[in-house]
Write a protein that binds this ligand. Structure first.
Ligand SMILES: [Zn+2]
Length: 486
């Protein structure tokens, strides 16, 4: 492969702001480059005409870049002065394997692909928005993380971002040869990859990356946003005039399916430790999209996320996915009700003009929904607290927080077999401050008119326990109507 003396030549991705040179393109698939081109051609860079300020992208297969402070590999970084993005393919792959070992229903390819696109978007956002190291690193990271996830969802809904077959990426092809071993996880992974299955539920294999992203985002297949047909055959997009200069032909590595001795599986490392604080002028420690990374499976989340947990089958005719769909749909309706009816305020410590709407007007529930959302804590029209009211009358009501005046819903979910979970749905408080007296990043976001709602633990005894064990009470959030993990 290295015999071509011009192999290091970049290919150029054409964007409205000029060409972006891509080095190391021979390591990834042509489709990966097309997707990178899509990321650089998002509406904010084309319709709104803001320069993405990306001038070059480098793919590396030598486990670089790494953190200049810890010396540990990181997923990606960027250089503000050079307008350059560097992607660490080894680390991207290592994280994907770790994800797929935690969540056996997800293909390594799906996880790798997602992480790579999120890295593109995350670093593009840094370059487009920042001139150098941000004053508030956490804020910049949060912003890049939210933006990257929202744009990945948007891309999945609107353009073909399905990965190429892994054999079309020389890096992935070589790496995946380690999976040709006898243990059942590797065997299953290999089967999934060979058949281009992105994830499995039960005995079924599902083929699209789009479907995988939809499940993480909690979207319904019937939602017009997701049901729009997008060509899934990569042939359809290859003809797209993304390149000024074609990708040179390269020979696939020969050792594709050779069995190699696999090193010990990556130990489970806390992400904090793995990606410590971002702290110099261009290292990106990749802290940013860890919530999605650490739990990429929409179908088998950790046990504290009951929404998509499987109820014992003998007590409920509903599948785990049906329950998840119903509960997530109700979360979204509560969110929409609050922001459509409570009259959100901008640049105000008070979030809503009319929070009482959640207790005066109910959200209709079907009989099926009443059997899942069985009770609620709410207020009556006079503002009197009505704990654990049944939803049997077909309406879901909320209440208003005494101190913050935030509208809320507190619901009790029937998981079957007498198991019940309690969830509190609460918008971002626009008055939340940091210890230095500045508004928190998320509060500033809310003040600027962003719609942010959290889905938190509602059971006081679990909240107490979480406090003792330093666990988070936050499960999901809905940001500008996009459902995501908190
Ligand atoms: Zn970053």
């Amino acid at each position: 492969m290295m015999t071509r003396n011009n192999v290091h030549d970049p290919v150029l991705i054409d964007t409205v702001w000029g060409s972006v040179a891509v080095f190391g393109h021979e390591l990834v698939s042509k489709k990966d480059l097309i997707i990178l081109g899509e990321c650089l051609s998002l509406p904010e860079f084309t319709i709104k005409q803001a320069d993405h300020r990306v001038r070059s992208v480098v793919f590396r297969s030598d486990n670089r870049p790494y953190s200049s402070t810890t010396g540990r590999p990181i997923l990606a970084n960027c250089s503000f002065d050079a307008g350059a993005i560097c992607i660490n393919l080894n680390e991207t792959f290592r994280v994907a394997v770790s994800n797929a070992r935690d969540n056996v229903s997800v293909s390594v390819v799906a996880s790798y692909h997602r992480n790579m696109i999120l890295s593109f978007l995350h670093e593009i956002h840094h370059l487009a928005m920042l001139d150098g190291t941000p004053d508030n690193v956490e804020e910049a990271e949060n912003e890049a993380e939210d933006w990257a996830w929202a744009r990945l969802v948007q891309l999945a809904q609107t353009v073909n971002i399905e990965p190429a077959h892994f054999a079309e990426s020389s890096f992935l092809n070589k790496k995946l040869s380690v999976l040709n071993s006898l243990d059942s996880w590797s065997h299953d992974q290999y089967n999934m990859m060979d058949n281009r299955v992105m994830y499995t539920i039960g005995l079924n294999g599902y083929f699209t990356f789009k479907g995988y992203i939809r499940l993480i985002a909690g979207g319904k297949e019937s939602d017009p946003k997701w049901s729009k047909t997008i060509p899934t055959n990569s042939q359809d997009t290859v003809s797209k005039p993304v390149y000024v200069k074609p990708v040179p032909e390269y020979k696939l590595d020969e050792q594709v399916y050779i069995q190699v001795v696999q090193s010990a599986p990556t130990p489970q490392v806390e992400y904090e430790e793995e990606y410590p604080q971002y702290n110099n002028n261009y290292d990106d420690e990749g802290v940013t999209y860890e919530p999605i990374q650490s739990s990429p499976t929409p179908v088998q989340p950790p046990s504290q996320q009951p929404v998509v947990q499987q109820p014992p089958a003998q007590h409920s005719p509903l599948s785990e996915n049906e329950i998840a769909d119903i509960v997530i749909d109700i979360y979204k309706r509560c969110n929409a009700f609050i922001f459509d009816n409570c009259e959100p305020l901008k640049d105000s410590d008070l979030a809503f003009e009319n929070p009482k709407k959640v207790s005066s007007n109910g959200i209709p529930l079907t009989e099926l929904e009443q059997s899942i959302i069985i009770k609620m804590d709410c207020q009556d029209i006079e503002g009197r607290w009505c704990p654990t009211m049944s939803t049997v009358n077909g309406m879901l009501f909320g209440g208003v927080m005494k101190n913050t005046k935030l509208p809320y819903y507190k619901i009790f979910i029937n998981m079957g077999a007498g198991v019940q979970k309690c969830r509190l749905l609460l918008p971002q408080n626009p008055a939340t401050m940091e210890s230095n007296g500045n508004y928190k990043y998320t509060a500033k976001q809310a003040r600027a008119g962003n719609e942010i709602l959290y889905i938190k633990e509602g059971d006081e005894t679990i909240i107490k326990k979480n406090k003792e064990t330093n666990k988070s009470d936050f499960y999901f959030k809905i940001v500008n109507r996009v459902f995501m993990k908190a």
